[in-house]
Design a protein around this ligand. Structure first.
Ligand code: NAD
Ligand code: WQD
Length: 342
């Protein structure tokens, strides 16, 4: 009997991590989640087990706690690759609490890389973000467009994180990394067994839409209709979270098969299609049949006017592409909202 590679997934109890563990397990990989549950709950393990039939290994550990992290690596000597999701992710909170973000996001990354280097584990996938492009000069934005000055401490941790990985790779270490630059992840698993669990008032558009549709929020505020876009509202590239999860499986396989030509390669993970806020509202109403109360308000500070991906590199090199429709994706978000409200 052949055993499938063991993948350590930090932050694997979170929104994107839980979907990634699910598709990794469906692809036959064995997984260990390392998560401190600072922004997730242990119930997600049951959801993953219901979908895949297998409960992932789970270690409730803060990646900033180096002895505890080292102990996990000691107890699982067969780790073949690490996917590093663990991070704090609220852009607004990072402006008020920058040190929390620099500490958690960078310390966790440094410790994970350090443990990997000590043990000769070479394969690493990092959660980066389209936020590093700021407002790109060229659209759709490709990976070789310049990184713009970060708009928030959170965004800066992604830029610095990428630099740390490049420096470790350039130091003569064995590290082989993929940086996945996610655009705007939305939706939930079609089973509605796992999805996004925003804490407090959602800052992101789709969770706010679904909570408003469910009557938890009175109305959606559309932040600005005076941008230089066809309908005046901002444009983003909304990527289905299961499609995004599949990109991680492609990235892990690409590294494990030794297909990478450089020690660090970055890939945009988006659909290649830009949608405005007003278009997304219309699509949500069409896809679900639910009327969404909304009003136009002023711009939100720090918002980028428009950004969407050129995903051709991921399409051609990783053999990955987004396949889920926006209608199915919005329905999955709505079904998840209904599930957690009942
Ligand atoms: P999430 O908050 O749902 O998941 C992150 C998980 O990491 C949570 O379960 C949390 O408990 C855990 N965690 C945080 N700090 C930790 C630590 N020190 N040790 C162990 N566990 C820790 O967030 P998500 O949306 O799934 O994002 C996953 C990754 O993708 C993050 O790195 C995030 O910055 C990045 N990302 C997210 C988006 C997005 O819009 N959701 C976009 C681009 C990039
Ligand atoms: C999308 C659009 C808002 C809420 C953020 C981070 C980014 C990345 C993804 C991690 C914008 C509008 C929103 C609302 C609205 N995360 N909006 N009313 O800002 O593109 O990106 O998440 O790396 O770094 O900044 O996503 O979902 O907050 O907003 O009109 O109540 O929806 O103005 O145009 P954003 P978002």
């Amino acid at each position: 009997m052949t055993t499938m590679p063991l993948i350590l997934v930090t932050g694997g109890a979170g929104y994107i991590g839980s979907h990634t563990v699910t598709v990794l397990q469906q692809a036959g990989f064995e997984t260990i989640i390392v998560d401190d549950l600072s922004n997730s709950t242990v119930d997600v393990l049951d959801g993953i087990a219901r979908i895949t039939g297998v409960r992932p290994h789970f270690e409730q550990v803060d990646c900033c706690n180096e002895p505890a992290l080292a102990d996990v690596f000691d107890r699982y000597p067969a780790i073949a690759a690490v996917i590093h999701f663990a991070a704090s992710k609220s852009v607004g909170e990072s402006v008020g609490q920058p040190l929390k973000y620099y500490y958690n996001n960078l310390q966790s990354l440094i410790h994970v890389l350090d443990e990997m280097m000590h043990r000769g584990i070479a394969h690493f996938v990092f959660s980066s973000s389209c936020t590093i492009y700021g407002q790109p000069d060229k659209l759709p934005v490709a990976e070789d467009e310049p990184v713009k000055p970060a708009m928030s401490p959170y965004g800066n941790t992604k830029q610095i994180g990428e630099e740390i990985i490049r420096d470790v790779a350039a130091s003569g270490s064995a590290l082989q990394s993929i940086l996945l630059r996610y655009f705007n992840p939305i939706g939930a698993h079609p089973s509605a067994e796992i999805g996004e669990l925003p804490v407090g008032v959602p800052q992101n558009l789709v969770p706010f839409i679904t909570q408003t549709a469910a009557g938890v929020r009175k109305e959606l505020n559309v932040f600005g209709n005076d941008y230089n876009t066809p309908d005046g509202s901002c444009i983003r590239d909304y990527i289905n979270v299961v499609d995004l999860a599949r990109a991680h499986v492609k990235a892990v396989n690409y590294l494990l098969e030794g297909k990478n030509t450089q020690p660090v390669e970055a890939f945009n993970i988006g659909t290649g299609r830009g949608l405005s806020v007003l278009e997304l509202i219309r699509l949500f109403q069409q896809a679900t049949g639910v009327v969404l109360p909304y009003k136009i308000v002023g711009r939100r500070a720090g918002d980028i006017e428009q950004v969407w991906a050129n995903p051709q590199k991921a399409n051609n090199v990783l053999g990955w592409q987004a396949t889920e429709t926006i209608e199915d994706t919005l329905r999955s978000a709505w079904n998840w909202e209904l599930k957690i409200r009942n």
